[in-house]
Ligand binder design. Structure first.
Ligand code: HEM
Length: 401
């Protein structure tokens, strides 16, 4: 047993700089027994090799009822939201693969690549507004509107409904505690009702959008039920939204803190590929992968994990492991190879990875090109980070030019 004291893993203060704690875990307690804010115990897997192996290991299930069919307790979910648990990130084996195959039919590389020019136009429009105002709060004015507009357009949410859609989806991603869930229920109810109608509309009058593609995949004999469709759209929205927001926010901050790297990228926009991989590694927008449960007794790094135990793979720690990345705390936008785990690994590897990369490459390059003398408006140590276990991102990033 280790004597390393546990910080409050979901506190904003800890999220601001979790690196020293995880560096210590990697050396002294690579599989660490933690108590989560909800009082449940969980094993934190801190080293790169163990993290990679765990993400790929079928002895871990996402669904606690799959891990321990006779006693696995799933957290309480209001009836309204129960259909949404039928999403691929919460499922295993054949149930997962079936949903992933169906969404692949709609979420094609062609559909993503077709967004390139639209992403560029949107980045320019957002920056035009900020530049004419002379100030930019990066999260509100750029990092947030970009991914949410793109995902709404990709899905096929009509322009006139985008305002409402943004409001509802932000209520969704804002849910972090049972109380906030209860508060958000009316908005969530309106959101699911809206989505059901949108699906009906597309069924009646198909369009060239992802919702139609999902409806049609359903009709090609390999059926997505109505609830599964709803869950699919919701997971795409949630998984595709705050994650990218955080990459743009924390990635921009990392560049501002490393002016030589910022200069290098500004002068060589063709480095965007490797630069975005490094920003993914360095910032880990998903700091901890979603929960997994042992289906049988397993040993990781000589630590015994009992059947049914919860395991959390700490991506933000694996991505700074010196066993895998030379000089891991150094930001190097030309780093290669860079096999980071920021987008997960194994069967749940990020479905939206090509879209996330495309958005980030265009957004960061455009920001550096349009605002060459970008500066922080406040000292770094006064910036506030969001709380919560899984994601890591800034609340606000005030900039000036
Ligand atoms: C920088 C942006 C992003 C990051 C860092 C990110 C990260 C991740 C990670 C770490 C996972 C695996 C979680 C786990 O195994 O517990 C994941 C899965 C997923 N991501 Fe992303 N993601 C990003 C953007 C997106 C986008 C833009 C979309 C869709 C539009 C998306 C859709 C998904 C979906 C659907 C899954 C579940 C896949 C499955 O269960 O098979 N993500 N993502």
């Amino acid at each position: 047993m280790t004597s390393i004291p546990q910080p409050r893993l979901n506190s904003a203060k800890f999220k601001a700089d979790p690196f020293p704690f995880f560096a210590r875990l990697r050396e002294e307690a690579p599989v660490y027994r933690a108590t989560l804010p909800n009082g449940r115990p969980a094993w934190l897997v801190a080293r790169y090799d163990d993290a990679l192996a765990t993400l790929k290991d079928e002895r871990f299930a996402k669904n606690p009822r799959v891990a321990v069919p006779e006693g696995g307790k799933a957290p309480w979910v209001p009836a309204l939201l129960r259909p949404l648990t039928q999403n691929m990130l919460d499922l295993d084996g054949a149930d997962h693969d079936r949903l992933r195959r169906l969404v692949h039919k709609g979420f094609t590389p062609r559909r993503v690549e077709a967004l390139r020019s639209r992403i560029q136009v949107l980045c320019d429009e957002l920056l035009d507004t900020a530049i004419s105002r002379g100030r930019l709060e990066l999260m509100r004015d750029y990092a947030l509107p970009l991914p949410i507009t793109i995902i709404a357009e990709l899905l096929g949410v009509p322009k006139k409904d985008r305002g409402r859609f943004h409001h509802w989806s932000s209520q969704f991603v804002g849910v972090s505690t049972p109380l906030s869930l209860v508060r958000a229920l009316p908005a969530l109810w309106r959101f699911t009702r809206y989505l059901r109608r949108l699906v009906e509309d597309r069924r009646a009058a198909p369009q060239d959008d992802l919702i139609t593609a999902l409806v049609q995949a359903e009709e090609a004999g390999d059926a997505l039920s109505e609830d599964e469709l709803l869950a699919m759209v919701t997971i795409l929205l949630i998984a595709g939204h705050e994650t990218t927001v955080n990459l743009l926010g924390s990635g921009t901050l990392a560049l501002l803190q490393h002016p030589a790297q910022l200069e290098l990228l500004a002068g060589n926009p063709e480095l965007a590929d490797t630069a975005i991989e490094e920003l993914l590694r360095y910032t880990s927008p998903v700091s901890i992968a979603t929960e997994r449960f042992a289906r049988e007794a397993v040993s990781i790094a000589d630590t015994s994990i009992a059947r049914g135990d919860q395991v959390l793979v700490v991506l933000v720690s694996a991505n700074r492991d010196q066993r895998q990345f030379p000089d891991p705390d150094r930001l190097d936008i030309t780093r290669e190879p860079n096999r980071h785990l920021a987008l997960g690994q194994g069967i749940h590897y990020c479905l939206g990875a090509p879209l996330a990369r495309l958005e980030a490459q265009i957004a960061i390059n455009t920001l550096l090109r349009r605002i060459p003398r970008l500066r922080l408006r406040r000292p770094v140590d006064t910036l506030r980070w969001s709380g919560g276990i899984f994601l890591r991102g800034l609340k606000r990033l005030p900039l000036e030019r």
